[in-house]
Design a protein around this ligand. Structure first.
Ligand code: GLV
Ligand code: MN
Ligand code: MN
Length: 397
């Protein structure tokens, strides 16, 4: 299928009425996305393989062993009500770039792989880039097996229910050893790019923390204000403190997910569980921001007779992409701009093991992780050309 047809088939998968996508790991929408990828890769004569961690790879092999491969690709899972481009743009563009390389008559001297990494968003099981973390050994497989979704289903059970073996997950040094470099194309997720294509310099350090505020559930009509231990109040103060602390440290902090127990309109909650996402250009700023938010949460909880516990669910250090590969891409693309990002990517995880680079395609709305995320077709096609040119350079030298 050509570029337009690939999008035509992929876009309806997991699309919800508001226009966004819900493509959570090991759900029917995820299965459909995987099937779509296998079909498109098969159509191109690529060899499709799934690794032990649920990551898919489509290979354009060369004679001999699969070593020093050039890897591209991205992910197909989404955040709740996510945009169409975050992840899929990289996968569609990789397949389209292969078509272009073949049209150009390129004969690769190294294997080329297109990856679809599992659970990149961490939308269902909480840890972003789970597939690439497992592959590279950045997360303990025992911990990964036990990660739970909002309904209490574990990664292991969800994987098994979808026909995969959760006992087999974990680092895959052999697969990793065959990869020579990784180039991920991705939609740019803010307002940082004013030309069609740019090259990534770095990913800000970022992490996720969980707050559990535990108070006393009670009646909304009969419990006097002075008798309450309402966990919603310190939670609310923590949200405001997060904004203030982020501003003080030139960081960003977001509390976008909250579970209230029992979630009744006429009941004071007993527990408020809320997640904090914090990012900044450097590690010290992230740590200082989180420390201030924690102190504010503890103070507010104390004032309301509420207990609070904080757990770090994931942390990713700053990523500086491979300078030679970054410069080589920027030069090959005729001096493309080089810019950092506050968004996390599998490329960030892989970069600790193989030379890694990223290409960004302009996003005129500046919106991402929401249905309004957008990229113009002309810019996307420029992205495909750029990716093909970068891959050609890497495959033939
Ligand atoms: C992934 O897109 C993230 O930055 O959270
Ligand atoms: Mn994302
Ligand atoms: Mn993404």
């Amino acid at each position: 299928m050509g570029y337009e047809e690939m999008w035509r088939d992929l876009l309806p998968i997991g699309r919800v009425s508001g226009g966004g996508h819900r493509r959570f790991s090991w759900t029917p929408a995820d299965r459909e996305c995987r099937a779509w990828f296998a079909e498109e890769a098969g159509r191109r004569g690529l060899t499709v393989e799934e690794d032990r961690n649920g990551n898919l790879f489509a290979w354009w092999d060369v004679p001999g062993e699969r070593r020093d491969a050039v890897l591209t690709g991205s992910h197909l899972d989404s955040v709740p009500d996510g945009g169409a481009f975050d992840g899929p743009l990289g996968v569609v563009s990789s397949l389209a770039a292969i078509d272009l390389l073949r049209e150009r008559g390129v004969t690769p001297a190294r294997p080329l792989g297109v990856a679809v990494f599992a659970e990149e968003e961490g939308a269902r099981f909480g840890v972003a880039c789970l597939g690439s973390r497992l592959l590279t050994g950045a997360i303990d497989p025992v911990r990964a097996r036990g990660l739970r979704d909002g309904d209490g289903v574990t990664w292991a059970d969800a994987m098994a229910a979808d026909g995969h073996d959760p006992e087999a997950i974990g680092p895959d040094p052999d697969l990793l050893a065959g990869i020579g470099c990784f180039v991920e194309l991705h939609v740019e997720q803010g307002r940082a790019l004013d030309v069609p294509v740019g090259v990534a310099s770095a990913i800000w350090p970022h992490g996720r923390w969980r707050f559990d505020f535990t108070g006393q559930g009670n009646h909304a009509g009969t419990t006097l204000l002075r008798d309450r231990h309402d966990p919603m109040l310190p939670f609310a103060q923590t949200v405001l403190a997060a904004r203030d602390a982020a501003a003080r440290h030139e960081a960003v902090a977001t509390m976008g997910k909250v579970h209230v127990t029992p979630n009744g309109v006429n009941a004071i909650p007993s527990i408020v569980r809320a997640w904090l996402d914090t990012r900044a250009p450097d590690d010290a700023a992230v740590r200082a921001t989180v420390a201030e938010i924690r102190a504010a949460a503890e103070k507010a909880a104390g004032e309301h007779g509420v207990a609070v516990a904080l757990a770090e669910e994931s942390y990713t250090q700053v990523v500086d992409f491979h300078p030679d590969l970054r410069d080589r891409l920027a030069t090959t693309l005729g001096g493309a701009p080089v810019l950092p990002t506050g968004a996390g990517h599998d490329a960030g995880i892989l970069s600790a093991h193989v030379p890694t680079a990223m290409l960004f395609v302009r996003n005129p709305t500046g919106v991402s992780h929401a249905p309004e995320e957008h990229a113009e077709t002309g810019d996307c096609l420029t992205g495909v050309e750029a990716l093909a040119t970068a891959l050609e350079d890497l495959l033939t030298s």
